[in-house]
Write a protein that binds this ligand. Sequence first.
Ligand code: GDP
Length: 460
Amino acid sequence: MKTDTIAAISTAMTNSGIGIIRVSGEDAISIVHSVFVNKWNHRCLDSYKSHTIHYGYIVDGDNPVDEVMVSVMKAPHSYTTEDVVEINCHGGIYIVQKIMDIVMRAGARIAEPGEFTKRAFLNGRIDLSKAEAVMDMISSKNEFALQSSIRQLKGSLFELIKNMREEIIYEIAFIESALDDPEHISLEDYPEKLKEKTEVLCDSLKKLLDSAHDGKLLKEGIKTVIVGKPNVGKSSFLNILVGEDKAIVTEVAGTTRDILEETISFGGITLNMIDTAGIRNTDDIVEKIGVEKTKKALEEADLIIYIVDSSVPMDKNDDDIIQMIKERKVIVFLNKSDLNVCITEEDIRNYFSEEIKVIKTSMIKEVGIDSFTEIIKEMFLHGSISYNDEVYITNMRHKEAIKDAYESMLQVKKSIENYMPEDFYSIDLMSAYASLGMIIGEEVGEDLVNEIFSRFCMGK
Ligand code: GDP
């Protein structure tokens, strides 16, 4: 079947040095051939070899429109596996749109978002997890997220899932053959063997499932909430990290009324900092809303920074805050350490636990910030998140599929333990096989494929 030829502007729609228009499909070469001339004014694009790049002009009729470089990648060795031509033109919004328009008049259709990658998938060049990795790479906010999607793009998740599926299908085939031919294939002792294998698979699936939270942290950053009574130095801290006066610092208690969000990157980690109003009881309506928001933000946080003004004694407000965050991942700042200090690290440990991380800080003198960054790196890189070759699940759709597969495998284990007949095992093995297939795109319906690819950027 002949597919139509698609085109899109693949670079951002701002004025920039270069703009790229990508064309893919059976007519890609003839379409660009009809609108491109070389420096001697010859139309000869259709004679160019694959993987070559050429200087010339895009013409509208006979009028030159822009000076360009055109690259030709012939099927099947291209991004989509179809003939692909990329036009590198000047990057002004007007000129890029004008060339796009000329290409469309010559016979190309405008591509839907993600359609190039969708074609790469439908034509069998990449599996679905790789296609999604492309999307993740484009939206990576930090080095770790980028590395994780590159690994996925190289196929680490694909390999893992493929191996699991192979093991499962082997067992299904074995059970089915034994049931068909009981005289030659015995199922004696088989349940015990299958149970061992099932346990190994369950462990691997569970590990992947647990990585989903770390994967989320890698991808979206560590959601950090700064909490403390009014006037302890929360805004000052945020301002030091952000490097500008985003939060309003004043001496009247309770000025940070609403929630301020900032994304801060260091050492490859992204922190989503949310500065909040204190949690004091208040009658002021506006502040009350702020307090509610703080409570919600605290519930959703991956890390909490609790700032205490160490120059004044702790009070009921501190008790309230501590009650709310005691069981969470917390770093405590004993701020205003440049003043006369009346709260010690020991006091804080008594409220929390021996292991609680406490840092003496002074926002005015910018003391303690280095220790803070060191602690963060240690907590999230060498502690809960280890940055190595492990496969992380960063995608909700994958997580759901792995969860389903895990539950089916637990069911297999249960059936074995309850001495159920063998055909029960194969039903659940089959559904685990199908769930895992969803990840690499072997069991997905057309609707889902369309939905996934429509989340891509234009021109990818
Ligand atoms: P917030 O209400 O918790 O956001 O507190 P702010 O950051 O607005 O700070 C309140 C006041 O405390 C301001 O006048 C700051 O200059 C002052 N402040 C903040 N940190 C320190 C510190 O480490 N030492 C001293 N001496 N004053 C500080």
